[in-house]
Design a protein around this ligand. Structure first.
Ligand code: ZN
Length: 438
């Protein structure tokens, strides 16, 4: 029996102030600026396919008649409609984004007279009761459940209208790019102001030079709201390219936009550990292995799986609300309450935040929040005698209170049960008998 050889990397930690590090980051960003497109947009692939199918050169090359090509176009549209239906059914949480997609497209003034007429005639969604066998029939473009009665709602539209809707959707996302740029600029200014107040209060070790450098390198991009919601996110920070992307529907929600962007800016500002990875004859590659308290996988024996995602998000969201100067609102109790609150400000990572608060409050000896924040903002510096002293102090305090490896234990409980792990971890800490009593 032969054993597959372990992939061997040479990993060396590098300071985030090292010239080599800063140069590589700058070069990567320049390449990204050229190649970066909007990323995944719903319908993007289909529209591209349609425009190819309508290119006379392509038809000549493939020996297709116009009629044959139009048949293929019809197939592409049917497939796109089916995909949207799947998306809509995927989960109740996605429903608002899909409805918004239809609503915006149907209300658009750019549509031709014929298409507007078509919309008017099909505006009343067709309904079917739950006894009907065809409730999943293809003619229903999307479907959802309401309380009590099971109601299916659907809409039948022509190829032409559906294609126009895809085009409008993309045009809207493109247009929001400019809006994002100016709003983001203002948000960064607000963020810096709030941050300096909180940094003073919490005694955070953040120099203005460091803050300006880190935030100065960030670029902003929009994401399709449908795609973003599929990934269950509002926004995303990519540390490799120093880029923040935000779902385009968040742009219309002033308070939510502020909360979302503050959260991502904190990720960008939080401490990092970076490594230079070398493998065989390949050229060295700089990779982020820690952002704040989140440790990414190194795909090696050292760190095989990512760790502490929950803790990093809990600290980030808690700090976000401190910067906003607001009380964290209560999580809506059920889905319908959630729908009613659409567009209003919500806090994310409720379970993670509860676990984090318990970690601080159930400890045998008091654990100061500042220990956590110091570790969160700590940049790894291999040139210093102690490279991550704040993290070590925080872990020592946890060990004294809970015994060794409490973070890894909680991490394991969460990972072992995708849907209920967080609740189990919360219960685990609640069962600890001590509360700040030595
Ligand atoms: Zn986050």
């Amino acid at each position: 029996m032969s054993r597959s050889p372990e992939i061997k990397f040479n990993i060396q930690k590098i300071s985030t102030t090292a010239e080599e590090y800063l140069r590589e980051k700058k070069e990567r960003k320049a390449v990204a600026a050229v190649t970066q497109r909007l990323g995944d947009i719903y319908g993007d692939f289909e529209l591209e396919k349609i425009s190819i199918l309508r290119d006379p050169e392509y038809l000549k090359e493939k020996g297709l008649t116009k009629e044959e090509a139009e048949l293929k176009v019809h197939e592409v549209i049917l497939k796109a409609q089916a995909d949207l239906r799947t998306i809509a059914k995927k989960g109740r949480r996605l429903y608002p984004e899909v409805v918004a997609f239809f609503k915006r497209a149907l209300d658009a003034p750019e549509l031709s007279v014929e298409l507007t007429r078509e919309i008017k005639s099909s505006r009343d969604f067709k309904t079917a009761d739950k006894t009907r066998k065809d409730s999943n029939h293809d003619k229903y473009l999307f479907a959802y459940e309401t309380t009590g009665d099971f109601v299916q709602k659907g809409l039948v539209i022509s190829d032409q209208l559906f294609r126009s809707m895809l085009e409008l959707h993309q045009a809207e996302i493109q247009a929001s790019k400019g809006v994002l740029k100016s709003r983001a600029r203002q948000a960064v200014i607000d963020f810096k102001k709030k941050l300096s107040e909180v940094a003073r209060k919490e005694n955070l070790q953040l120099t203005p030079e460091f803050v300006n450098q880190r935030l100065g390198e960030i670029s902003f991009d929009v994401k399709d709201a449908i795609v973003a919601k599929l990934k269950e996110i509002h926004a995303e920070y990519d540390s490799d390219f120093s880029n923040i992307s935000i779902a385009h529907n968040v742009l219309d929600k002033k308070d939510l936009f502020r909360a979302v962007i503050f959260h991502e800016l904190l990720h960008a500002l939080s401490g990092r550990t970076e490594v230079v990875k070398t493998r065989g004859q390949y050229s060295p590659y700089i990779q982020n292995v820690r952002t704040g308290l989140y440790v990414a996988s190194l795909h090696s024996k050292q760190i095989p799986r990512p760790r502490f995602y929950w803790l990093n998000e809990a600290v980030t969201e808690t700090l976000t609300w401190q910067l906003l100067g607001k009380q964290i609102p209560k999580q809506p109790g059920n889905f319908f309450e959630y729908l009613n609150q659409m567009g209003e400000l919500q806090a994310s990572y409720g379970g993670e935040r509860e676990l984090y608060q318990l970690l601080l409050s159930r400890s045998r000896y008091p654990i100061n929040k500042n220990l956590v924040l110091a570790a969160y903002f700590e940049d790894y510096d291999p040139n210093k005698p102690a490279a991550i002293p704040a993290w070590k102090t925080f872990i020592k305090a946890l060990n004294e209170s809970y015994g060794v490896n409490i973070l890894l234990i909680l991490d394991k409980i969460i990972k072992n049960d995708r849907s209920g792990g967080l609740a189990k971890a919360i219960q685990f800490l609640k069962n600890k008998e001590y509360m700040n009593k030595p």
